[in-house]
Every structure is written in C-alpha cells, then in structure tokens.
Write a protein that binds this ligand. Structure first.
Ligand code: DX5
Ligand code: ZN
Length: 220
C-alpha cells in the first residue's frame, strides 16, 4: 500500500491537557498534528487561535498542520505563521483573493494548502495546483468532529489524484472528516496522502496502537 501520513485532529483531544496530548502523540510516533481553527463565522463553531498555537509550539516539535476555517484568512496569516504553523491551509470559499493568500503563506515561509468544502468543485483550485503543497478535500461539512463521511467525496479524491498524475505535480492530498480505519484503505487507494482523524483517533487510546490500526487498515 502507498505510505500515508496520519494527522490527528486535536479538536477531539482533551483541551485541558494540550501539552500532555502533544507529548503523547510524539511518544506514539506521530509526526503531524492537525489544528482546526474556527471563527464562528465561516463555520458555526469557535476553537482557538494564534496564542494557543504559540503556547503549543513551545511544547512540541510536531509538524503543525493548520486548517483555517475562518473568513478572510488573509488577515491572520502572519499571526499563524509567527505562532509556529508549518503548513497553513485556507478555504477557497473564505477569500476572494485565493492566489494572494497562497503566495503570502509561501512568502511567510510556511507550506501553503487550500481546502475545499464537499460541494466546491476542483476547478476552484486547478490553476493554483502548481503553487500548492497540499489540497485538503473536506469529506464532511466543516465545523464539528464526529460527523459521517460524505460518500461522493471519494470520487473527488480520485479526480484530484488523476489531475495530479496528468500534470505531473506533487502536492499532497489531504482528507478530513469522518476518516476511520473503515475507509482508510479506500482513501489511500484513491490517492489520499494525509489522513486527518479526530474522533476515530482520540476516542481510542493508546495512540501508538491506534496508529498501528490505521496502518494495518491501509494494507487491507
Ligand atoms: C471538521 C474539522 C476536522 C474534524 C474531524 O470541521 O476540520 O478536522 O476535527 O473530526 P472527525 O475525524 O471526528 O470527523
Ligand atoms: Zn480540519
């Protein structure tokens, strides 16, 4: 099976013990952590912002995979980079100047990604693909953990992987929402390289064993 990265979504962790959770992820052999930033406007929920990420940065060497579910993310790109984000992913639906936001993320020294809601077509991002390190295909409507995977999103991953092949590009494809060991094999086969998992990961400690379950699932 193709290798993939598991990026646990901290949204489903214990927010009262963030430093411990980060240490537990590192101890379990994880390399990435997915940080869900929500503003109560782009999505109906509110989570955390740059000060919390900066505090986590002081405790962790994990790769900070930052998913900005905020309106007009261009207002805060420098703040998230200064806080320690390694990858910054903005939603295509959240800004009218997507190319500018992507260029700005790169200029700040972070890896740029673009996220697409389930109903947003791949054409929204096609001209930007050469500039991106990652495309995040949302497989639920963003806002909350613990929702069910939307089946048609699997075809979207396949179509994006075909575009990547045809154009000989190398951006990563990330999937986020309702990801579990049950759909891991299908997602990896479709071309996903980075799997985000919140409830299906943090709900099943210990983390090292849960990582093994995902890896074994990919091999089936
Ligand atoms: C959804 C977030 C996800 C979420 C995934 O708005 O972007 O990262 O935490 O949670 P699960 O894996 O439980 O669907
Ligand atoms: Zn996310």
């Amino acid at each position: 099976p193709a290798p993939f990265i598991l990026s646990p979504s901290l949204l489903s962790s214990d927010f009262g013990r963030l430093a411990d959770e980060l240490a537990a992820l590192e101890g379990a052999g994880l390399r990435w952590v997915h940080l869900d930033v929500m503003d109560g406007l782009f999505v109906p929920n509110i989570t955390f912002g740059p000060p919390i990420i900066a505090a986590m940065r002081r405790r962790s060497k994990l790769y900070f995979d930052t998913h900005l579910m905020i309106e007009r993310p261009e207002r805060y790109l420098a703040a998230f980079r200064e806080a320690g984000s390694d990858l910054i992913c903005v939603h295509a639906e959240a800004t009218v100047h997507l190319e500018r936001a992507v260029s700005e993320i790169r200029r700040l020294g972070a890896a740029p990604g673009v996220a697409l809601n389930p109903a947003t077509p791949l054409s929204q991002v096609e001209y930007l693909l050469p500039q991106l390190e990652m495309v995040l295909v949302m497989t639920v409507n963003p806002g909350f953990g613990g929702q069910s995977f939307i089946p048609f999103c699997l075809d979207k991953v396949k179509d994006l992987a075909a575009m990547r092949r045809e154009r000989d590009l190398s951006f990563r494809i990330q999937v986020d929402g309702g990801v579990s060991p049950d759909n891991t094999a299908a997602l990896v086969a479709a071309g996903a390289d980075v799997l985000v998992s919140g409830s299906a990961f943090f709900g099943h400690p210990p983390y090292k064993e849960r990582l093994d379950v995902f890896q074994a699932a990919a091999a089936t």
